[in-house]
Ligand binder design. Sequence first.
Ligand SMILES: [Zn+2]
Length: 484
Amino acid sequence: MTVPVNGLVPANGPVTGRGSCAAPRRRTRGSEGLLTQKRAAGPEADPYFPAHGDTRYRVHRYELALDYRPASNRLRGTARLSAVAGGAALREFALDLAGFRLQRVVVDGRAAHYTHRAGRLRVRPAKAVEAGAAFTVEVHYTGNPQPLGSQWGGLGWEELTDGALVASQPIGAPSWYPCNDRPADKASYQISVTAPSVYTVVVSGRLLSRTTGASSTTWVYEQAAPTSTYLVSVSIGRYEPVQLLGGGSVFAPRRPVPQTGYVPAGLRREFAVDFGRQTRMMDFFEDVFGPYPFDEYTVVVADEELDVPVEAQGLATFGSNHLGGQRRSERLVAHELAHQWFGNSLSIGDWRHIWLNEGFAKYAEWLWSEHSGGPSAATHAATAHAHLARLRQDLTLGDPGRRLMFDDRLYQRGGLAVHALRQALGEGAFFRMLRGWTAVHRHGVVTTARLAAHAAQYTSRPLAPVLDAWVHQPALPPLAEPDA
Ligand SMILES: [Zn+2]
């Protein structure tokens, strides 16, 4: 499958093909084989991915201990999940996990019966879990992880020429660990990865320890903030850490967010230019979106070309092709950083609401452009509008369907919908609304209806017609004139 490449287009760029930060496929590969979507997990199953996730319980913590050998692409894992049953007793429940060999499944310390087919691990505990009761599941597994096929190419764990990376959006997480794979079931994570000592292992979260043995090193990371399954990321490669220094100013002193790049040694100089303004960007986004929601921000630049960068929790992964020493991909630097607020801290209730991630990240590109001396957001909006006006108008932003959820029109129209809110609310109220949105739902779950209810608090005028036209109708509304 050929994936359109739009990673290097300028800010006003061609607006066709797939938008940035669906899973970043390597340019050379072309896997296929659609995931099965037959069995629904329950009445609240994700409408786009009914075969993923189980709404009968929630996971609040994952503890993963992984051993990975890049030379043979061999993964040995133990996953311990701490979960809580919902309103009914659980005689059985399901986890999502790709085709690994299972050694053992244990529920509350007792071996459980299970079946494992078509990416679903169905577990029957020796004793049913009572309604509302906490329980633990332990899964021991081994195998050769590989990306799960999808319409967007392979998703999840991907072996690289020399290492591996994980890019799971939207449903690639089961390619490497057993999980309740739905974006609203957010949990904390502790992840330990053992790999040959020549490699650096970078995982979403804070490094707790690094212990070197005879030939292997074990890296332990903790992500305390609630995290969606698809936003957990691992990168294994020959990377060097680069600290990005800056943040705050004499006029607005603040604690700078620690920002680190993990970069192939030969790309350090280009990285310093291409990400040279990221600390300023962080300051600006904290001003307009509110405090950065995590403890640190990490950028991995893989030693491979990727179609598009991709966000993870407190982290983003770029390809070597996104560097060039001329800041030509700076809009993508802004886009991925903005996802830390929109998508990662505020996660969508299900995939119908993907525009709440991508529309706000697109608008962040335009805001950064405006702030950093480039074209204004209004200019970007006019360009995007003119372009969309020439394209088919069969995409409903608030429920685009699985096929179109990463269509570039969704990104552009999402940015335009945010711009329409700015015009409807006016400057002061719009930015108060944005900061309120990220504060009220920090580390939570959001939907389009929640945004509508939230934004309505910032104006006495009816907002419903604006949101209805932009979000719920496929026809492209006219671009409103700014308020006089
Ligand atoms: Zn994005």
